[in-house]
Design a protein around this ligand. Structure first.
Ligand code: URA
Length: 208
């Protein structure tokens, strides 16, 4: 079954790989359709996701040439992209970001923000986050990086499923940042899950 191409207009800050017209398109749609299948066992989900990450990493490498690359997974689901990206970009360094909700104030707060000690002036931060639903954690993480003095123009976001609402919010709040996503899905459900999406990406990838 081919992945349906949602035909709505995307904000200009988004590159959507599944809408491109390249040779791998039927392969990409095959992987996406598998990831959407809630019955797929986690081992197969992980293999399929890794196949898609390979295609995405290959598409991103030309944008990253001549830059130092700081891979920046947002914990936990973002860790899934790390092995493929680290093996393809051998000199990359790691920046770790973890954000949790403070149960007393209901506000997001960081529990982890670790940047390499030395960063070259041409460095690009490549944020890895397979699901961008409301963009709440993403906007919080970007604000944190801005406060620390990092130039937002040096940041690229990689995602697999991005909600339209999140893409629009990021465009309004951080217009200088580009999102490279496999697909943009139109809806968030009452629990802020992406529809059709793939469920909880971290649980499905890590088998938890
Ligand atoms: N995180 C997920 O893993 N899935 C969603 O649909 C939204 C956020």
């Amino acid at each position: 079954m081919l992945e349906q191409d949602n035909n709505f207009t995307l904000p200009p800050n988004v590159t959507c790989f599944s809408r491109s017209k390249n040779a791998e398109i039927s392969e990409r749609h095959f992987y996406l359709t598998r990831l959407r299948d809630r019955e797929l066992p986690y081992q197969e989900f992980r293999k399929t996701a890794n196949n898609l990450f390979e295609l995405i990493a290959d598409a991103m490498i030309p944008h990253l040439q001549n830059h130092e690359v700081i891979l920046t997974p947002i914990f936990r689901a973002g860790l899934s992209l790390l092995p493929v990206f680290m093996s393809k970009i051998e000199n990359s360094k790691l920046c770790s970001i973890g954000v949790k909700r403070n149960e007393a104030t209901a506000q997001p707060e960081p529990y982890l923000f670790k940047v390499p000690p030395e960063i070259s002036p041409d460095a690009k931060f490549v944020i890895l986050e397979p699901m961008i639903a409301t963009a709440g954690t993403m906007c919080y993480s970007l604000s944190m990086m801005k406060k620390q003095g990092y130039n937002l123009k040096d940041i690229e976001i990689i995602s697999i499923f991005c909600a339209l609402e999140a893409a629009e919010r990021l465009h309004n709040e951080f217009p200088e940042i580009h999102i490279h996503t496999e697909v943009v899905d139109p809806i968030l459900d009452d629990n802020k899950y992406i529809v059709p999406g793939c469920g909880d990406f971290g649980d499905r990838y890590f088998g938890t």
